[in-house]
Design a protein around this ligand. Structure first.
Ligand code: ASP
Length: 430
């Protein structure tokens, strides 16, 4: 099959393999000479990778806002919106709860902190987050434009939903504004399609830089921790999500996972659920068949409040740090960690490394040494990438379940292996 005819996931996968091989060759074959650093990893590939991430981020705020106004104004009924909101938040909390519990349990059983060596990474300045009360208050923006300028997802969601509701109650004027937003939504979707054409090149550059910087010597010092985090992430992605898809929605999970592949690769390469929002949203709508009325609300919300992969890393890291310092945690401390990790992730944007920032707050609150983060800092990038892929898969799984329960899932699209493929290839918007 020629490269041109390959599916987007095929192209991205190829780009990943090529990027990783060349990156590893640069580091271990060439010994990372100065000219490579100057021209390649610190030059051309850095530029391509950063531009690719910028392009994705550029789409996030306009897409979320416009798509959500369109979605809410089409819903018409605030009661439906409330029901969708409650189901979504309930499922997000449930999946995150399962994630932390799995993580803590595995940390207690496999004890990754025993025998670990201190890694060389220096602890960067890590600031703690807003408190839960502050997050709740700030959900309502005092200035929607500044919320948009800062990319604060929850206030943007609140403003867009309220605007959408107002539109449905504004008669003729509302109808013409709704028409405008719906057209604008189509145009922005086209923009997403165009940006996705860049994906193989962008992913190639990002993964190449990863390969050139992977420090296997550091990995060896905390090998047990890394293997454990990756294993639990895998279990969550390949067993927990499929189980809830079967249990709550009676859906074939293999179809879901297959269709999610490109979005997972985007998340993996960018390590940011936020930057991946455009791709996650397009995937659940065009490939999986979720109506925009549900997806426009649940996906941006999930990118902010639902971070199962992050919760897994945090649970295992907490156990790891406690074991490393020889501190015994009581059952009530474990329960507190579960609640804190769930609460802390709410309102924290899905951007690279944010999981470590949240972790610092959790450690401080349960009386564990924050310096412990230095032990895992140096190896976090690869785990960050992997847990981001799990994070967005969780958002999509919950979205699919909620859509099914609201009869907002088009089963013909779900079962059609080719649905939305044209969009993926960037040939046209459906
Ligand atoms: N990078 C993750 C995300 O964007 C958050 C984290 O775990 O650091 O979802």
């Amino acid at each position: 099959m020629s490269y041109r005819n390959m599916s987007l996931s095929g192209k991205i996968f190829l780009a990943m393999v090529a990027g990783l091989s060349i990156g590893l060759f640069i580091q271990y074959g060439l010994g990372s000479p100065a000219w490579v650093e100057l021209w390649l990893t610190g030059g051309i590939f850095k530029i391509i990778g950063a531009i690719f991430i910028n392009l994705l981020k550029m789409l996030v705020v306009p897409l979320v806002f416009v798509s959500l106004v369109t979605g809410t104004s089409a819903l018409a009924d605030p009661a439906t919106l409330g029901r969708i909101g409650i189901k979504t938040i309930g499922l997000y909390l449930l999946t995150t709860g399962i994630a932390v519990s799995l993580a803590l349990l595995s940390a207690v059983i496999f004890k990754p902190g025993i025998g670990a060596e201190p890694a060389a990474a220096a602890l960067k300045e890590i600031t703690t987050n807003k408190t839960f009360v502050e997050v709740l208050i700030d959900i309502v923006p005092t200035n929607p434009i500044s919320a948009m300028a800062n990319g604060d997802m929850l206030p943007i969601i609140v403003f867009a939903v309220m605007l959408g509701i107002a539109i449905t109650h504004s008669g003729k004027a509302g109808a013409s504004i709704a028409g405008f937003f719906s057209d604008l939504n189509e145009v922005i979707m086209m923009l997403v399609t165009l940006v996705m054409k860049m994906a193989p090149l962008g992913v190639f550059a990002l993964i190449l830089m990863l390969g050139a910087s992977l420090d296997f010597a550091e990995f060896a010092k905390v090998a047990k921790y890394i293997v454990l985090v990756l294993t639990v992430l895998l279990v969550h992605g390949l067993i927990v999500y499929p189980s809830i898809l079967i249990l709550f929605a009676g859906l074939n999970p293999l179809t879901f996972l297959k269709k999610m592949r490109p979005a997972m690769m985007f998340a993996f390469s960018t390590a940011s659920s936020n930057a991946t929002i455009p791709v996650t949203m397009e995937t659940v709508e065009k490939r999986i068949g979720v109506n925009n009325r549900v997806a426009s609300f649940t996906i941006p919300m999930g990118a902010t409040i639902n971070m199962d992969g992050t919760a897994i890393m945090q649970g295992i890291a907490t156990g790891f740090i406690a074991q490393f310092y020889g501190i015994d945690l009581s059952l009530s401390q474990y329960l507190m960690i579960v609640v804190m990790i769930i609460m802390a992730s709410i309102g924290t944007a899905g951007v690279p490394s944010v999981g470590l920032v949240i972790l610092a707050g959790v450690l401080a609150n349960v009386g564990l040494p924050t310096e412990g983060i230095a032990l895992i800092l140096g190896v976090d990038r690869l785990l960050d990438m992997t847990r981001t892929a799990v994070n967005i898969t969780g958002d999509a799984a919950v979205t699919t379940i909620v859509a099914k329960s609201e009869s907002e899932l088009d089963m013909t699209v779900y079962h059609d292996p080719n649905a939305g493929l044209k969009f993926e290839r960037g040939e046209q918007t459906p």
